[in-house]
Write a protein that binds this ligand. Structure first.
Ligand SMILES: Cc1cc2nc3c(=O)[nH]c(=O)nc-3n(C[C@H](O)[C@H](O)[C@H](O)COP(=O)(O)O)c2cc1C
Length: 338
């Protein structure tokens, strides 16, 4: 059992924050298939604060949508990025209190998560994301400012380090500053997404702190998750790329942990979920945006199926939601007549 504030998780199965991917629809689908806790896409604390300067800007802001959390999708953490304590604290408080202009959330999130892992140049160039791992003092100040600003749990997502492994020491600093849980993507910033994760880093972080530690990186099956849990002693696992087009990965892992059989979805089941996923996105976002953003999800669902390459190309160049439905329906019919 893993506890974050008042939230209790039986197995500790987390859907990772994924910019451009872990929107409300994807979070809800992953919850349906066994993710016990999800995290929003990363949100710029500064953007949230600056957008407040004009009511119109605040109400039209893309950030607003990213920060929206509904009670029916809980537990979900809202992830903030930034390196200035003042903005981070202010944004975290506005999210907890739902006091920002145009807020549509009907609940506070389960936690505020702080991004100290993003490797993207645009972010680290500003000293944000994984660049904070080079400045443990600033990182600790950010955590304690956010902690002082909210009554919600404050969690932090880190990497193994910047260009060498510093996570165990770093984790101690941010625990002392008030972090209630630490998630470790066991690669340095320099490694970006290759080579494979070093499980010893997660194990070392687990030994260095007493708050819960969640392991992250390269989990594509129940076997990968169980190996990470067994070899590191981590309290939970967080999955990002392994859930793309495969939210069933959470069902697979919980089945393995409970000693139950797991039957992977058939091609038809995957296509039916792809269709529903798209429909739910259309209900949640404007048609144009949903259509553009759904394309990658659909491509992930159909990966590896017969005719996937041609279908993927057709989806990617489709001009309307109807065109995409026609492609998916064609694939479903082809499966049904097999
Ligand atoms: C498309 C994409 C978007 C991501 N966005 C975020 C993000 O917003 N915040 C964050 O902390 N990590 C983000 N990550 C990193 C993932 O959460 C995760 O740490 C990383 O992909 C390693 O896990 P995996 O091997 O299960 O994919 C992103 C990764 C990808 C591939």
């Amino acid at each position: 059992m893993l506890k974050i504030g008042n939230t209790e998780l039986k197995h500790g199965l987390f859907l990772a924050p994924l910019a451009g991917v872990s929107d409300r629809t994807f979070r809800n689908i992953c919850r349906r298939y066994g993710a016990e806790y999800t995290v929003s896409e990363m949100i710029s604390a500064k953007a949230l604060c600056y957008d407040q300067l004009s009511r119109k800007k605040a109400e039209d802001s893309a950030t607003l949508d990213l920060a929206t959390v509904f009670a029916k999708e809980m537990p979900v953490a809202v992830q903030l990025f930034g390196c200035e304590s003042e903005f981070m604290a202010r944004a975290a408080r506005m999210i907890e209190e739902r006091s920002y202009c145009g807020c549509r959330s009907d609940t506070a999130p389960a936690a505020i998560d702080i991004n100290m892992g993003c490797p993207v140049r645009k972010i680290v160039g500003n000293g944000e994301g994984s660049a904070l791992m080079k400045s443990p003092q600033i990182a600790a100040e950010v955590v304690s400012a956010v902690k002082a600003a909210v009554s919600l749990p404050v969690t932090v997502k880190i990497r193994a380090g910047w260009d060498s492994v510093t996570a165990p020491e770093f984790a101690k600093r941010i625990e002392a500053a008030g972090a209630d849980m630490i998630c470790v993507h066991a690669r340095t910033r320099e490694q970006m997404y290759l080579p494979g994760v070093d499980l010893r880093v997660i194990e070392a972080v687990k030994r260095s702190v007493s708050v819960p530690v969640v392991g992250n990186g390269d989990i594509y099956s129940a076997q990968d998750a169980i190996r990470m849990m067994n070899e590191t002693g981590c309290d939970g696992v967080m999955i990002a790329r392994g859930a793309l087009g495969n939210p069933w990965i959470f069902t697979e892992i919980s089945a393995a942990l409970e000693g139950r059989e797991y039957t992977p979805p058939t091609a038809s089941e995957r296509l039916v979920l792809a269709r529903e996923h798209f429909l739910l996105m259309l209900e949640d976002k404007q048609d144009r945006r949903a259509t553009a953003e759904a394309k990658k999800h659909i491509a992930w669902y159909i990966k590896g199926m017969n005719g996937a390459a041609a279908a993927r190309a057709a989806v990617m160049t489709a001009q309307s939601s109807d065109e995409i439905f026609d492609i998916i329906d064609g694939l479903i019919r082809a499966e049904d007549t097999k």
